[in-house]
Design a protein around this ligand. Structure first.
Ligand code: XUL
Length: 519
């Protein structure tokens, strides 16, 4: 039976999903959790501790160790990896891995764990990830050198953005010029995984994830000379080639055949970012369907036939693996922020849900600006949580109101900041860990005045990678794959029409308050 594997290396875990395309079934679901399973790497929340809250780096070797552990777990569960004909990876976007010249000739030996073979290839011990907001100066420098913010937006689909790879590369070049000079290859998290799986020096970056670097010319689908020049010297030679999202990189490396039992002719399909992969995993690759993802970060995304950019400069345009483009808006204060509010009152998730249910839409006028982390959309560089409303609420003595307030603020911000994408759909798909919570979804349905449907499989990025592998390596049509695997659960969360006016007014209040904290 032809099987295809999708791997998602995300912020807090690495997940694997195997689909059997003949039977139309999902046959394996695996997870390696960085906090539980790989504590030695010191990244329980996906990043290394840092005195500077704006700096967020991870240990790339943890991602390598997770890959081996994922395959071991598969074997341990009795799965035969030789059933897999094609594999593709998804990675948290924007994060980068820096390799020295020795990477080009590296061939993995099956006798030694992969992590020990990759360690000597690192030109930089840590990897900046998407949660990093330390490159404001570099963004300004790049924008200045390229002719202004609007020029960068027009070429790359995004303004120079702190977490994007180009500004991160520039900061590395400025702070550690020798280590930058010793860097022969800079991979994204996603393309690094395909490099590991194939051991090929020419492993490319795809158009979907490459667009999240502030280095790609969207109209030409290749690196932009202007942006390369504005970012760091000699950069072109350090970057992998760009290829379409359906490119096959090559056969899986012998290491995985001998160590984990893969077939020698298993094809490795080019990797992509977690958001482009989720678009596929949600079956939302054709324009018309908008998706809300409630995870470590919350995101809002939708397929676009042509390029349309966010006039406020918060949103982004990435490549759509099924052709065309993808608009994306990222809200960094997602699950962690919801968790922080729950922790503050010692609430379990069922109690958190009950608290939402016990309070009305509009929360009796109580409003929160919930920025525990520096925020991307809207831009808040000095994180803080502000409360406005009754004395009990503002003194943090009303748990139920605080819980509703954090979710309402997140939903309102998403509604306001996604307006530029175009007409708001009356139905939305929803995914991510928090999408299992009906109470949270009801708030989103009421704020958007749209019906919400959940995908039957929670890990849409890993599923999307598996579907991409089946499309590119197995020649299967997108439509057939979506009809089989990207199916929403029966039932929907319906909006309460009575909440519409309350949230119109609240959106206005939120915007007024926001001016006090945004940069
Ligand atoms: C998107 C973004 C995040 C990461 C991590 O621009 O920064 O969604 O991809 O999931």
């Amino acid at each position: 039976m032809p099987c295809y594997l999708g791997i998602d290396s995300s912020t807090q875990s690495c997940k694997g999903v195997v689909i059997d395309t003949e039977r139309g079934q999902l046959v394996l679901h695996l997870k390696v959790d960085y906090k539980e399973d790989l504590p030695a790497y010191g990244c329980p929340e996906g990043f290394l501790p840092s005195a500077d809250k704006l700096v967020r780096h991870a240990d790339p070797l943890m991602w390598v160790a997770a890959l081996d552990l994922l395959f071991e777990r598969g074997r341990g569960s009795g799965f035969d990896w030789s059933r897999v004909e094609g594999v593709s990876c998804s990675g948290q976007q924007h994060g980068s891995v820096y390799l020295n010249a020795a990477h080009a000739a590296a061939q993995w030996t099956p006798e030694t764990p992969l992590v020990d073979q990759v360690a000597p290839l690192l030109a930089r011990k840590t990897s900046p990830i998407w949660m990093d907001s330390s490159t404001t100066a570099e963004c300004a420098e790049i924008a200045h050198a390229a002719g202004g913010d609007d020029r960068v937006l027009a070429i790359t689909g995004s303004r120079a953005t702190e977490r994007f790879t180009g500004p991160q590369i520039r900061r590395f070049y400025k702070q550690e010029p020798q280590a930058y000079a010793a860097t022969a290859r800079i991979h994204l998290v996603s393309s690094f995984l395909a490099y590991l799986l194939t051991a090929r020096a020419d492993t490319p970056i795809d158009l979907g994830d490459g667009a999240g670097m502030n280095l790609l010319d969207l109209s030409r689908g290749d690196w932009s000379e202007e942006l390369l020049f504005a970012t760091a010297p000699g950069l072109r030679a350090k970057l992998p080639p760009i290829r379409p999202c359906t490119h096959v990189v090559g056969k899986i490396a012998r290491y995985f055949v001998e160590r984990h039992g893969f077939r020698p002719d298993a094809q490795v399909v080019i990797s992509s970012g977690d958001n482009p992969c989720s678009l596929i995993g949600m079956g939302a690759a054709f324009p018309g369907t908008h998706v809300i993802s409630l995870g470590t970060s919350d995101t809002y995304f939708a397929a676009m036939p042509g390029v349309r950019t966010d006039p406020q400069g918060y949103g982004h345009v990435f490549g759509n693996p099924a052709g065309g483009f993808l608009s994306l808006i990222c809200f960094k204060n997602g699950s962690k922020t919801r968790e922080k509010i729950a922790e503050r009152f010692g609430l379990t998730w069922p109690e958190f849900s009950a608290a939402i249910g016990s309070t009305p839409p509009g929360n009796h006028g109580n409003l929160m600006l919930p920025y525990v982390e520096a925020e991307i959309t809207p831009r808040v560089l000095r994180p803080e949580v502000r409360l406005y409303g009754t004395p009990e609420f503002t003194a943090w003595r009303n748990a139920a109101a605080a819980v509703r307030a954090v979710v309402e603020a997140q939903a309102l911000s998403m509604r306001i900041h996604s307006g530029w994408i175009g007409e708001r759909p009356t139905a939305l798909l929803v995914t991510g860990g928090a999408s299992e919570n009906d109470a949270i979804l009801q708030v989103f349905a009421d704020v958007f005045q749209a019906r919400l449907r959940r995908l039957a499989v929670a890990d849409s990025a890993a599923l999307g990678a598996a579907i991409r592998a089946a499309h590119a390596a197995g020649g299967l049509a997108w439509e057939a794959l979506f009809a089989r695997f990207a199916v929403p659960e029966p039932g929907a969360i319906e909006p309460n029409p009575q909440a519409a006016t309350v949230y119109e007014q609240m959106a206005q209040q939120y915007l007024e308050r926001l001016e006090e904290v945004s940069s």
